[in-house]
Design a protein around this ligand. Structure first.
Ligand code: SF4
Length: 349
């Protein structure tokens, strides 16, 4: 299947080897513009590159205009069943539409939507979920198998292509991690459309983070995936932090602080977890890539801490502060504050 490998969401390139974009979704009532904008801004501040909002009725589609005007990042409209809402969102400046061409009521509606997408040069994501696959495909494959997810997505893509549009992003999600991974691998072999990856309805932070890290991480390590969404129950800002951590763990994002901290043991002299949490909270705004170590004792601590840009190792009466290229110094007071001060200094503040 011939396919576009890069699309633009607003001014953001998606696909074609460009940096993998982090996205999330608001869980406010879209019609409540102040609340939704506040959440969009919080997501953007946490590092979200694009934000999706549900557009499920006329009032939501009308709210899109104010949301677009007030948002610091491109917005995506999530639409089901009613193509006229997608058209209204496009007229109101939305940068991307997520829809299932299979559920908007026939080819006439697909054609009208594609004409509008073309006119606004806005890409469409065809998002297939294991829970809403076509009956025929469920029968053909004996359930929501990876092959069924891919066949569904490509079938919908063909409908859009039929009307002369190829600014398409595909996603095939399942709550089952191996199936999600397999579906994206299969799709990456048969088309070059940008892929949105994520494990759907992964749960609450904890197991949800683990499922997402395994599913998304396994794909990113193979070079598959152009935008990621970690799907977690609760405050969507946590999805952004988790997505950024996954990208960092697979080496695709360097900015911000990478913490190295020991698991603690009977030798531990300092509250390692507390120090890490205090420093993490106080340095969330930092974009410079830095390695920061917090080690509980001077047995293994100094060796590890020395590999970092800055670090502390606990001692009986305080700790030792290590900074790359400088002599270690002993610190008696608050180790978290000593680290924060040192980090700010490294950032030239
Ligand atoms: Fe224990 Fe020290 Fe290793 Fe931490 S660095 S786990 S305190 S030996």
């Amino acid at each position: 299947m011939a396919s576009a490998d890069t699309v633009f969401v607003g001014s953001l390139p998606l696909g074609g080897g460009n940096p993998v974009l982090v996205q999330s979704m608001t869980n406010t009532d879209t019609r409540d513009v102040p609340a939704t904008l506040a959440q969009i801004r919080a997501l953007a501040e946490a590092g979200c590159d694009l934000v999706r909002v549900s557009v499920y009725d006329e009032a939501c589609a009308n709210a899109v205009r104010d949301l677009v005007d007030g948002s610091p990042v491109p917005l995506v409209a999530d639409i089901h069943f009613d193509h006229t809402l997608a058209i209204r969102a496009l007229e109101n400046g939305i940068s991307k539409v997520r829809i299932n061409p299979g559920n908007i009521g026939g080819e006439k509606n697909v054609r009208a939507l594609v004409d509008c997408l073309k006119m606004h040069r806005v890409p469409v994501r065809i998002g297939v979920n294991g829970g809403s696959l076509e009956k025929e495909l469920l029968q053909k494959y004996g359930g929501p198998k990876p092959e069924a997810l891919v066949e569904s997505a490509l079938g919908h893509a063909r409908l859009v292509e039929k009307y002369g549009y190829d600014q398409i992003v595909l996603s095939m999600k399942s709550t089952n991690v191996p199936d999600t991974v397999q579906a994206a691998i299969l799709a990456s072999k048969v088309c070059s459309y940008p892929l949105h990856i994520g494990v759907t309805e992964a749960g609450t932070p904890g197991m949800g983070n683990i499922k997402s890290a395994i599913g998304i991480g396994a794909l990113l390590l193979q070079g598959i995936g152009d935008t990621v969404r970690v799907s977690l129950t609760g405050d969507p800002v946590n999805e952004v932090y988790a997505a950024k951590d996954i990208l960092k763990a697979v080496g695709l994002r360097k900015e911000g602080i990478d913490f190295i901290s020991c698991p603690t043991c009977g030798r531990t002299c300092i509250p390692v977890g507390e120090i890490v949490n205090t420093v993490r909270e106080a340095t969330k705004d930092i974009k410079k890539p830095l390695k920061v170590a917090v080690m509980g004792c001077v047995v293994n601590g100094p060796g590890e801490a020395r590999e970092a840009d800055i670090g502390v190792a606990g001692g009986k009466t305080g700790g030792i502060l290590f900074r790359k290229g400088r002599e270690p110094v002993s610190v008696k007071g608050d180790l978290a504050q000593a680290l924060i001060g040192g980090i700010r200094e490294l950032c030239g503040e």
